[in-house]
Write a protein that binds this ligand. Structure first.
Ligand code: AMP
Ligand code: MG
Length: 341
């Protein structure tokens, strides 16, 4: 099929395609999503085919306003309303008990559903015009870094989806935070745009799932299958070097080969002259500017696929604030190949 490229003035067409069962690339503030009518099992199944996504990895249902929660969820706890009040529209997904009208293919057969009201005006307008909840995972081929521009999504999805709406570059750059409200205390399943510290302010105690910080062991069952898959990976193998930035820069400079790629904080760009000659050194933002690092991390990983690097080394921020999400994506891209300095 030919993928239609739509501008922000053509969202009525995007909404019509969604309503009629087509696949549409949608901008959100986190990353680009691959959307389909979340009430149409055939359309949702097509998402899995386009991405090459394992069938047991559930999708998030996107709604234009918090008022739609009751249509698809039941036994909604007070905490869900408190979180919606604090963070919606925004980068937070809540896992709640689902109603029977949510197709199995959306939830991979789980009796819960992930719900999000995105903090991107154009995105909410598209969903409202479509008049249906939009099921959407990130718009990358399964396993690859998530797309934060329409161009990046087209690298993976050109010819596989009916249309894409270009809403500009994503402002957050990492996926939504996922909080499971069906257990006590609520459990962080994926760190993202809304930080753990922000969640704790509203919820009090929050458990952090083991899958956030380490690799699942063989035979260990994650709360959602998607948490165990290889993720976000560029073609070359990645090594994460965590710890004091001065030390991690020195470690990488001492160990990187000439043909290796390096992802570093902007302050350290000049420390890798051999690799810089080949254009293989990329800054992700200053040490203190984690928002910028989050915005650039996936683009940086993706850009190395257009080079001949044989390995990639990455400095990693500490886990305070959105650093937890950045470190999680880097560690997963590295298959948890992490060196602490
Ligand atoms: P993606 O946008 O590609 O990151 O995919 C959506 C993510 O949401 C997946 O990693 C799922 O594991 C997670 N997710 C969606 N629904 C649920 C659910 N009901 N319970 C737990 N996790 C979920
Ligand atoms: Mg994804």
């Amino acid at each position: 099929m030919k993928t239609k490229y739509l501008t922000q003035n053509e969202i009525e067409l995007a909404a019509a395609i969604l309503r009629e069962g087509g696949l549409v690339g949608i901008p959100t503030e986190t990353v680009y999503g691959l959307g389909a009518n979340g009430l149409d099992p055939k359309a949702v199944a097509d998402i899995f085919t386009a991405k090459g996504r394992p069938q047991d990895n559930p999708l998030i249902l996107h709604i234009p306003e918090a008022g739609w929660l009751e249509r698809y969820c039941r036994d909604i706890p007070e905490s869900a309303y408190a979180l919606a009040q604090a963070f919606w529209p925004g980068s937070l997904t809540m896992v709640l008990p689902r109603q029977d009208n949510v197709p199995d293919v959306v939830t991979a057969g789980l009796d819960t559903v992930g719900m999000r009201c995105p903090g991107h005006d154009l995105c909410r307008q598209i969903i409202a015009l479509a008049g249906v909840p939009v099921a959407a995972p990130s718009g990358n081929t399964s396993g690859r870094p998530s797309p934060t521009t329409a161009q990046h999504m087209l690298e993976d999805m050109e010819g596989k989806i009916h249309a894409i709406v270009d809403g500009g570059a994503c402002g957050v750059g990492v996926e939504s935070t996922i909080i499971d409200l069906t257990c006590k205390p609520p459990r962080l399943l994926r760190p993202g745009g809304v930080t753990l510290e922000q969640l704790q302010e509203v919820l009090g105690e929050v458990a952090v799932d083991a899958a956030v910080t380490r690799q699942m062991k063989a035979g260990e069952k994650p709360r959602a299958p998607g948490m165990a898959y290889r993720h976000y990976a560029p073609k070359a193998p990645v090594t994460v070097v965590a710890g004091d930035p001065e030390k991690s820069a020195a470690y990488i400079a001492a160990h990187a080969q000439r043909q290796d790629g390096i992802i570093c904080f902007d302050e350290y760009l000049s420390r890798f002259p051999a690799q810089a000659d080949a254009g293989y050194v990329t800054g992700v933002g200053c040490v203190q500017d984690k928002q910028e690092q989050a915005r650039r991390i996936f683009d940086t990983l993706r850009a190395f696929d257009h080079t001949n690097v044989t390995a990639i080394w990455a400095q990693c921020p500490d886990t305070a604030g959105i650093g937890l999400a950045i470190a999680n994506r880097l560690n997963k891209a590295a298959g948890f190949h992490i060196i602490e300095v």
